[in-house]
Ligand binder design. Sequence first.
Ligand SMILES: Nc1ncnc2c1ncn2[C@@H]1O[C@H](COP(=O)(O)OP(=O)(O)OP(=O)(O)O)[C@@H](O)[C@H]1O
Ligand SMILES: [Mg+2]
Length: 392
Amino acid sequence: MRILLFTGKGGVGKTAVSAASALRCAGLGKKTLVISTDSAHSLSDCFEQPLSNEVRRIAPRLYGKEINVYDEIKHNWGTIQNYLSIFLRSQGIDSAVSEELAVFPGMEELFSLMDLREYSAAESYDVVIVDCAPTAGTLRLLSFPDVIQWYMERFFPIERKLVKTVKPLAQRLWSVPLPDDEVYASFEDLYRRIEGIKEILTDTSLCSVRLIINPEKMVIQEARRAFTYLHLFGFGVDLVIVNRVIPDDVTDSYFSGWKKTQKERLREIGESFSPLPILTSRFFPHEVVGRTHLLRMADEIYGDRSPADVFCREEPVKISGSDGHYRLSLALPFTDKGDLDVWLRGEELVIKVRDQRRNLFLPRALAGLRLLGATFADGQLTVEFGGDEDAG
Ligand SMILES: Nc1ncnc2c1ncn2[C@@H]1O[C@H](COP(=O)(O)OP(=O)(O)OP(=O)(O)O)[C@@H](O)[C@H]1O
Ligand SMILES: [Mg+2]
């Protein structure tokens, strides 16, 4: 099975590209499911077919689902939600609002993760494509398993014991309703369903993340940030898709400024995301809706290739260390030490190999530090960071 996650800034074409990729996979004979986690669903508009929280058939071998967080909660998480709304009501929040509040941000993402785990265990599909919420949501989605595991391991067992022993007393003293065993059982069930998701998502031959961008400054900037953080979490980003590129055969003078800027941005994209392959789709003279347009978009992006391929198997950037001293390492195969140059520029680490440049956006922990030195051995570049920039 392959899991493909498509993410990018709002409006860049994630849903269109996800739908086009899914249609192409199904056309290649793969049983394909496309899921949308964004609460502003537009997958159904794209396919011109209604979709719902239940898996529905869209075309031969193609299935779709739009995650509805309220339905999912009713089915899977009723007990916890009940508790949360009783708790919120006890705090003086009226019942309609408390029901709304018991759905916290990121739940769609959480449910889609649980789905992925089930589909992967059951081998129900050859390809599962996830049309993710805009980038920030995806990063949250992908850090979820780590965050929840952390809480569960440290807090949950102690808390449960504590509540068992002190509950009769505490309940008399506090006005806050304490969770009962049923609520805890639901939490444990949730935890069991989340366990193992991280392994699935970071198995790069199983799961690939794809960045969708437009050749525009702010879109590229957000994607570079995402690229760095995805690497940090250990996810396999294997492809950049640049959507809405104005084709050469457009000669209208109205677009000449745009074409010039896009050329420049495409060069920046090459430097920012190398060694990832970069595929492009033209700016069509119409919306990308319906089978014909979606298939044309898939042809444009993938040519003869299958969206389910692994497009790049590069080792993610690794960062180790703590307390203001960090080591960043990345693989640079086929490089000679003499051809290599490394320096800091603002929040970026610039790595130059002969006439090729790679600009790596640094995560927050490293961005304010000084570059202490760099070593290169066995195809591996290691860069040391430490000390406050101000202190130096
Ligand atoms: N290459 C293209 N040429 C022309 N129109 C396009 C292209 N790609 C996408 N569109 C159109 O742009 C609009 C936005 O695309 P889409 O909904 O796929 O973006 P999105 O990234 O999913 O947005 P959101 O962040 O809101 O989910 C749609 O109307 C779509 O048909
Ligand atoms: Mg969308």
